[in-house]
Design a protein around this ligand. Structure first.
Ligand code: ADP
Ligand code: MG
Length: 422
């Protein structure tokens, strides 16, 4: 992928935008881009630099993302709406072509990493509640105030914001900022040595802040207490697939496991596809497992398996909805039954949480009462973010210590939902 039209190869110390941003280390990547931690010499703070692949379709996608991010930033000058803030954008020419670069505020680890750090055992319901609240605040802003549908909500696209005070944390002594490439000076930059020393000092402080945060995340698996201390504030990122609700948009949206039934059926979609994905994410945070893992099998494809899994969990899809999409005829017969998967094994959500994940019954019931309306087959019946924010489950506190079930050892049943069918 590091070829003409593809990714731009970056080395720590590389400069961007006339020397303003200096690459430090890679933070992550997606299908379209690599994302680097960079030091901004103008503001003396760290930023995330997203460097898009250079081919025209990727440049187009980046321009699309900039359009949405600009609207998001304009509507939220105080940066308090739980959506990533775009700080700057520019073009960068490299051996593989011209790359559009987006500069963001630097955030912490994604929810996917949080799930991994906790060894796929679930993070405890009070943390799940906290995360849901932040994400709902972000969605409420996107949906109600801006008319934007994200269409790709998933754990990788929600990043934590840490508020750990660096002065109270051990500082890694070898954390030094990188203001130049190891083998050379600041190419083409005429920075006086005092300014440079000052910059280095500021950079060093900022690096220390970030290492303190990273260490606290990296310590999660070893030290449960640190997980308890992490602020679960988070922000929604990745607007590469976002759309305006009132404009023409792509038919196939969302990442498979987080995809709403109306998208599979080709029945049109709206804001409520994000609500479906949020329910899938909340379940995954609470249990460590994805809610739906569809697989193609003998005589049926992923789409049909996905719908079967949904019905096994949520009950039969009303016939009217089942036959409403432009793909319905490939999947359902005229009675509203799946064509190729005939025997469904129903396992309702509250029972699944108790039987497979060993949740206490009241926890399972209350969590299911929050999730099930979001997983309504009828998109217009799903609650909006504003309605969800008022749900009692989000505003109730756990009376018991949340680690109860972990201490007795969370026994996972080896049979996943998708393996149940024969
Ligand atoms: P893509 O559109 O290519 O999927 P994303 O915007 O999702 O790109 O970014 C890819 C990854 O880079 C994210 O999953 C995350 O790990 C990391 N990342 C993105 N933005 C930031 C940020 N502001 N701060 C820290 N890491 C980030
Ligand atoms: Mg992404």
């Amino acid at each position: 992928a590091y070829r003409k039209g593809g990714y731009h190869a970056v080395r720590p110390g590389d400069q961007f935008c006339g020397g303003r941003y200096i690459a430090q280390r890679k933070l992550g990547w997606g299908h379209f881009s690599t994302v680097w931690l960079a030091f901004d010499k103008e503001t003396s703070r760290f930023v995330a630099l997203k460097i898009q692949k250079s081919a025209p379709e990727f440049a187009g996608a980046a321009m699309h993302e900039i359009e949405f991010l600009t609207a998001i930033a304009q509507g939220d000058p105080s940066n308090s709406k739980c959506i990533i803030q775009l700080l700057d954008h520019f073009k960068h020419s490299g051996p593989n072509g011209q790359h559009i670069c987006l500069v963001f505020e630097f955030l912490g680890d994604s929810l996917l990493r949080l799930i991994k750090y906790n060894r796929y055992k679930g993070i405890g319901l009070s943390k799940v509640k906290e995360i849901c609240k932040w994400v709902l605040l972000g969605l409420d802003y996107l949906h109600r105030e801006l008319g934007i549908i994200h269409t790709d909500l998933k754990p990788e696209n929600i990043l934590l914001v840490s508020t750990i005070d660096p002065s109270k944390d051990p500082i890694r002594s070898n954390a030094t900022p990188m203001l130049e490439r190891p083998e050379g000076g600041l190419n083409g930059c005429t920075v006086s040595s005092t300014i440079e020393r000052n910059l280095k000092r500021k950079a060093k402080r900022a690096v220390a802040k970030i290492s303190a945060r990273r260490e606290s995340m990296e310590g999660i698996s070893e030290n449960k207490k640190s997980l308890e201390e992490i602020d679960m504030r988070c922000k929604i990122v990745d607007f590469g697939n976002a759309c305006w609700a009132d404009q023409q948009f792509a038919e196939a949206v969302q990442t498979r496991q987080y995809r709403a039934p109306e998208v599979i059926l080709g029945a049109g979609y709206s804001f409520s596809v994000d609500m479906w994905s949020l329910a899938c994410i909340a379940f995954e945070l609470a249990t460590g497992d994805m809610l739906f893992i569809p697989k193609g099998g003998h005589g049926y494809d992923e789409d049909e398996d996905h719908l079967a899994l949904m019905m096994e969990l949520l009950g039969k899809m009303p016939r009217k909805i089942a036959i409403s999409g432009c793909h319905s005829k490939d999947l359902f017969d005229r009675h509203g039954d799946l064509k190729r998967i005939r025997r469904l094994k129903y396992w309702p959500l509250d029972k699944l949480l108790v039987d497979k994940y060993k949740f206490p019954e009241s926890d399972a019931r209350e969590f299911a009462e929050f999730l099930c309306p979001l997983l309504d087959f009828a998109p217009e019946k799903r609650p909006t973010s504003a309605e969800c924010l008022k749900h009692p489950w989000l505003n109730s506190q756990d009376p018991k210590p949340i680690d109860d079930k972990k201490d007795i050892g969370l026994q996972k049943v080896e049979v996943g939902m998708s393996k149940l069918r024969v």
